[in-house]
Design a protein around this ligand. Structure first.
Ligand SMILES: C[S@@+](CC[C@H](N)C(=O)[O-])C[C@H]1O[C@@H](n2cnc3c(N)ncnc32)[C@H](O)[C@@H]1O
Length: 225
């Protein structure tokens, strides 16, 4: 199954709203840390509903581009925005349709690991960033987050499961400096009392606390030289 087929189906089921609601818990503090300035051009890779760019526009960024491999997802995102400065494009992480050194900052939430060739995607990001531009890469699916390991069984697109150091190494191999790496906890999700477990996919309260409060979202920040 292709990215297009998979996520067009998700969009048809309206799943972009559920993703936005869940991902916002950690995307919000991560977006708040991005050093955007008035008029900056920002790219969101795997934009889904496009919420990240809508939030960054409130901070005065200029042109904002949401790239997504699913035409239906891009169409939905476009429908949620009435802002002419925000554009949604259909395209793949394999080839970013932007000129060299044309983007001030890039963001991606829960999308990077679907890249067909994540090393090449990082090279592409490095190519399009201006000197000093940043890439804020946020993932919930990664090696240390053991609760995420089962997710691959639910989706036919091959997902890359790197650990923290593999992210740092890959960023450096692509020519990006690693400015920081952090686990951003999800403090908003409600965790029921122990007596209510099993709950969702968790056997115990401890497992759910570890998934959300300890591992949360892995953020790796790259800076273009
Ligand atoms: C799990 S959703 C996350 C969406 C959004 N960033 C969020 O936080 O809710 C992943 C998104 O990335 C897109 N995507 C996955 N692989 C892609 C690729 N190789 N090229 C472009 N978009 C891709 C999907 O179509 C989907 O909209």
């Amino acid at each position: 199954m292709s990215v297009r087929e998979e996520f067009d189906a998700w969009a048809a089921e309206g799943r972009e709203q559920g993703m936005e609601d869940r991902h916002w818990h950690t995307a919000r503090p991560i977006l708040a840390r991005m050093p955007v300035e008035d008029g900056d051009t920002v790219l969101d890779l795997g934009t889904g509903s496009g919420y990240a760019l809508r939030a960054l526009r409130e901070r005065g960024i200029g042109a904002a581009y949401g790239l997504d491999g699913s035409p239906e997802m891009a169409r939905k995102a476009d429908g949620y925005s009435e802002d002419d400065a925000v554009g949604f494009l259909v395209g793949d992480f394999d080839h970013l349709p932007f000129a060299d050194g044309s983007i001030d900052h890039a963001f991606s939430m829960e999308a990077f690991y679907y890249a067909n060739d994540p090393h090449h995607t990082l090279e592409e990001i490095r190519r399009v960033l201006k000197p000093g531009g940043t890439f804020y890469c946020a993932v919930n699916y990664y090696e240390e987050n053991v609760a995420s390991h089962g997710w691959q069984a639910n989706i036919e697109i091959e997902m890359t499961r790197w650990d923290r150091s593999e992210y740092r190494d890959a960023f450096r191999d692509a020519g990006l400096h690693v400015a920081e790496q952090d686990n951003v906890p999800d403090r908003e999700i409600e965790i029921p009392p122990a007596s209510e477990f099993p709950h969702e996919e968790f056997d115990s309260r401890e497992a759910m606390v570890e998934r959300y409060r300890t591992w949360g979202t892995l953020l790796t920040v790259g800076v273009a030289p």
